[in-house]
Design a protein around this ligand. Structure first.
Ligand code: DGL
Length: 257
């Protein structure tokens, strides 16, 4: 049975790439809801409704045995509803990211970069303090990072300026670790590291691999790789090629619930 990997757009391909490298023989189906990205500035109810539509599609059409939610925005708002509605294991990226940051921090000052929806949910603050109760957590919404990545503007003056302007306050907090709390942001990792040279920059893929392994899913896959999108924009295709090579992309239509 296949494992579903779902994101609002292209960002989840950073997780798909890591999962694909570790679970070579499993069938992995990626779904990017490119037609409705970004989710990060939408209401909680809308995020939950979109994610149930996407998750149900993957379960009904591809009979997935588990769903990896490769999106922080969805992970911070919709995991319990998704799990209840799909009735299969659903793994998110918040807990693995928080755990890895806690492993790395020395001064217990951790930064979180995310969309407005992720920051407003305070999901990372709860997840970090659950493991390290006296941690100081500084959040920064980065609303321009997703459009930059979706438009494939990932280097050069414009991308640098947006990164610098967005991170100028969090740079002054003394954090020694920062979580890329949005699956689009690893694409900008080099620029973020350049601007925050003393800070460990972490994403969620490290522990998500462990979480998937713990599910002990049946090993009956054939190494199938499929990338599905609800719209195939040119920017998606060029970034897809950059991140996961020439896996063909198929456009699908979701049934509205
Ligand atoms: N990939 C989403 C996340 O990880 C951000 C993109 C969006 O706003 O939909 O938060």
């Amino acid at each position: 049975m296949a494992i579903g990997v779902y994101d609002s757009g292209i960002g989840g391909l950073t997780v798909y790439k890591a999962v694909s490298a570790h679970f070579k023989d499993d069938d992995l189906i990626y779904l990017g809801d490119v037609a409705r990205v970004p989710y990060g500035n939408r209401s909680r109810d809308t995020i939950i409704r979109y994610s149930i539509e996407c998750g149900s599609f993957l379960k009904e059409k591809y009979n997935i045995s588990a769903l990896i939610v490769a999106c922080n925005t969805i992970s911070s708002h919709a995991l319990p509803d998704l799990e209840k509605s799909l009735n299969i294991p659903v793994l998110g990226v918040i807990k693995p990211g928080a755990k890895y940051a806690v492993d790395l921090t020395k001064n217990k000052k951790i930064g979180v970069l995310g969309t407005h929806a992720t920051v407003n949910s305070k999901a990372y603050i709860h997840a970090i303090k659950n493991i390290l109760s006296d941690a100081q957590v500084y959040q920064q919404a980065c609303p321009l990072f997703v459009p930059l990545v979706e438009e494939a503007i990932i280097s050069g003056k414009m991308a640098e300026t947006v990164v610098e302007e967005t991170l100028k306050d969090i740079a002054k907090t003394g954090i020694d670790t920062v979580i890329l709390g949005c699956t689009h942001y690893p694409v900008l990792k080099e620029l973020i590291e350049k601007y925050l040279p003393q800070v460990s920059v972490v994403d969620s893929t490290h522990y998500i691999i462990e979480d998937i392994a713990k599910l002990n899913l049946k090993k009956d896959g054939k190494g199938l790789r499929e990338v599905l999108v609800t719209d195939d924009t040119p920017a998606f295709i060029s970034l897809k090629n950059l991140l996961v090579g020439n896996i063909p992309v198929q456009v699908v239509e979701l049934a509205e619930k």
